[in-house]
Structures are given as structure tokens and as C-alpha cells.
Ligand binder design. Structure first.
Ligand code: ATP
Length: 362
């Protein structure tokens, strides 16, 4: 975002607000799902006013937990684009999260006029699996191999469908024959979408939660989680014989998150990977602007303690909800409860105080 548009952030909005360093004139806004409780609670901890856009029938948590000073109801989240004038009048700063992306899609996010926390320029690099791979490769990270065609399969693979929410329909195979047999089963049940055949890494899945601040130019490791997925995380409760008899198919539908602290000697590599991702992101669009704010690397750590990165989320991830009152790591750094949601609010507050909002809003 250029300086002109940035200036608007602090100076327009019906003349109600100039960026005079007074953060109380701004409202932190998000849509009610995913990590909204954390984002709004964190904003309130930092003294901001908050606004939550709720879909009819899904508003109860936001009322009950009292994280929103104001709630606006919509029939569906996508209708938020029609509220832009009102949001500009409220001096809103939108905080995106996973549901936000699902509801709007990248194209309408790119067109949003309401100030938005994050670099919209990296969104397309995250959304396309091949572009994402290019980004992570530029960062020098180790990625699972991609097989061009089923005949190339020479070890365990995971077949991932595009646009599959929560890993729906993903399956494992070890040979071309198994691949064709399983995909045939999928075709019988549903339309088979585009997919990739990715090397399946056997190890411990760990999701790393980072925050990069363009105000302090520092990368912070906030916390870690692992996922609790249905049915894959409960299959181990059923004997192998019964699994076979029942003809079970694995699915990876996310139902929750489980906290993790990592072996401390892994931390230097974790910092190195995050820093490499931030650095590589500055090369993506040729404008030198990279990722900032929260992001996550989804990794599998092998028994040799090697990290394989299979995905990046260029935004707050729901695993951070575990740490609404801080993680062991943020506790050391801040000595006060510091969630990722609160960290976002603190970044915005610092940018307002230092008149650097243009650095963090789009
Ligand atoms: P999201 O986009 O919400 O992160 P998704 O639907 O793209 O989810 P993934 O996160 O890619 O799904 O993967 C679903 C599950 O499969 C997770 O449990 C993950 O740990 C596991 N997984 C994904 N890729 C690999 C891989 N290459 N090796 C081993 N496990 C993997």
C-alpha cells in the first residue's frame, strides 16, 4: 500500500478521526468465527473498542463472552462488504482470519476499502498451492516432494484435494495401483476436484505460530499447537483388525487444537525458518513488502528432527486460541498475558502512537 492510501486510513472516515496518536478513536473489527473471541478480547485488553459482525444464529458466543462493544448482525458473512460505508464511519480496522477468507475470497478482500491489518499482496501466494511452494522454497525450507503423476509414487503419499476444508476426502496411498483404486472410490461418491499427490512425512505434526512486527523489525515465536482431527486422531482407539473389518477411511476434519511446547533445542531452527519466510516474502511481488503480523508454518518433524513444512498460513491460525492468556513463550517475553490477538492490537496501538499506520494497514 502506498502512502496516499495509508494517509486515508488516519485522515478520512467522515472527518471523525485524524491519526493524532489517539488509538481510542479506532475500532477493532472482525467477523464472529474462527479466532474472533481471541482477537476481540485481545483488543479490549489493549483498550480498543471492538465490533463483531455476526451471522444470524452464530452470535451467542460473542454476546456471552462480552468481547464486543457492538455487534452487527448479517444474514451471511459475505454481506459485510455491503457495510463498508458504516465501517469506515466507525473508524474500523479489520482483522482477517480463516473464516474471513472463506467468506469473502481474495478478490473481494483485495477490493475492500475498510482499513485491513496485513499485506494483501501475499494473499495470492498463500492461496495457490504451487505459488505457496515457490515462496517456501525461496525461503530454503524443506518441503514434502510433489509427484507429477501417480505412476511416479515410490513411497507413502497423501492425496490432497484443492479447496478441501479441513482435509475432507484426503487419502493415503503407497502405489499407483492403490491411488487409482482409492480415487475411483472418491469419484463414485463425489465429483473429484483438482488434487496434488504429496509425499507423506511420518513424524510429529507441529504448527508454529509466529508474529513479525514491521514496527520493531522483530520476529516473535508466540506458541505451538497440534491438531485434533476427526477421525484420524481416534482411529488408534480401534484395534487394527477392527479398522480393517469396518473398512474405515481416514479423514482430517479439524475439531480442535492441543497445546504443545517444543524440545528447546529445536527453537533456533524454528526462529531461522520464520526469519527465512519473512525475508523470502519480500521478494514475492517485487515491491520489497513482505508478510507481517501473525502467520503459521505447518510442519512435520521426523525422528531425525528434520522439519518438513507442508503449508503456510499467512494470518492468525485457530491454534493460537489455546493461548488467550498467553503461552509459556509469550509469558517469558512479555511477563503479562499476551495472546496473538492481543499482540495484533498492540502492534496497531504502537503504529498509531508512532504515526506508522501505513506500514501495517492495507
Ligand atoms: P488447512 O488449510 O486448514 O491447514 P488442509 O485442509 O489444507 O488444512 P492440511 O493441513 O494440508 O489440510 O492437512 C490435513 C492433515 O494432514 C493434517 O493433520 C496434517 O498434519 C496432515 N498432513 C498434511 N500434509 C502432510 C504430509 N505431507 N505429511 C504428513 N502429514 C501431512
Amino acid at each position: 500500500m502506498g502512502a496516499t492510501k495509508a494517509a486515508k486510513v488516519g485522515n478520512s472516515n467522515n472527518g471523525r478521526s485524524h491519526n493524532d496518536g489517539d488509538y481510542t478513536k479506532y475500532k477493532i473489527v472482525t467477523i464472529g468465527s474462527h479466532s474472533a473471541l481471541q482477537i476481540l478480547y485481545g483488543a479490549k485488553q489493549e483498550g480498543f473498542q471492538t465490533l463483531c459482525i455476526c451471522e444470524k444464529g452464530r452470535e451467542e458466543p460473542y454476546k456471552s463472552y462480552k468481547v464486543a462493544d457492538k455487534i452487527i448482525m448479517v444474514d451471511k458473512f459475505g454481506d459485510t462488504v455491503k457495510l463498508q460505508k458504516q465501517l469506515l464511519g466507525e473508524n474500523a480496522i479489520l482483522i482477517p482470519h480463516g473464516t474471513f477468507f472463506e467468506a469473502f475470497g481474495i478478490e473481494s478482500i483485495e477490493k475492500l476499502k475498510v482499513p485491513y491489518f496485513g499485506n494483501k499482496g501475499v494473499l495470492k501466494w498463500e492461496a495457490d498451492r504451487m505459488l505457496q511452494r515457490e515462496w517456501l522454497k525461496r525461503a530454503g525450507l524443506t518441503l514434502p516432494k510433489i509427484y507429477e503423476k501417480p505412476e511416479d509414487i515410490d513411497g507413502p503419499v497423501i492425496v490432497k484435494f484443492y479447496g478441501a476444508r479441513g482435509g475432507k476426502g484426503f487419502f493415503l496411498a503407497r502405489s499407483a495401483e492403490e491411488f487409482y483404486r482409492k480415487i475411483k472410490g472418491r469419484k463414485a461418491k463425489e465429483e473429484v476436484r483438482a488434487y496434488i499427490i504429496q509425499e507423506y512425512i511420518i513424524g510429529a505434526p507441529i504448527y508454529i505460530h509466529y508474529f513479525y512486527s514491521p514496527i520493531t523489525n522483530e520476529l516473535e515465536v508466540m506458541s505451538f499447537d497440534k491438531r485434533y482431527e476427526s477421525n484420524v486422531d481416534s482411529i488408534g482407539r480401534i484395534a487394527a483388525k477392527d479398522q480393517l473389518d469396518l473398512g474405515l477411511e481416514t479423514s482430517y476434519n479439524i475439531t480442535g487444537n492441543v497445546p504443545v511446547v517444543v524440545r528447546e533445542s529445536l527453537l533456533p531452527e524454528i526462529f531461522r525458518m520464520g526469519e527465512a519466510v519473512v525475508k523470502a516474502s519480500r521478494t514475492l511481488n517485487g515491491d520489497g513488502k513482505g508478510i507481517y503480523g501473525p502467520f503459521s508454518l505447518e510442519t512435520v518433524i521426523t525422528p531425525e528432527l528434520k522439519f518438513f513444512v507442508f503449508e503456510i498460513s499467512a494470518r492468525i491460525v485457530a491454534g493460537t486460541n489455546l493461548y488467550m492468556n498467553g503461552s509459556p513463550y509469550t509469558d517469558i517475553r512479555y511477563g503479562e498475558p499476551m495472546s496473538t490477538g492481543r499482540r495484533i492490537a498492540r502492534e496497531i496501538k504502537a503504529a498509531i502512537a508512532q504515526k506508522k499506520l501505513s506500514k501495517i494497514l492495507n
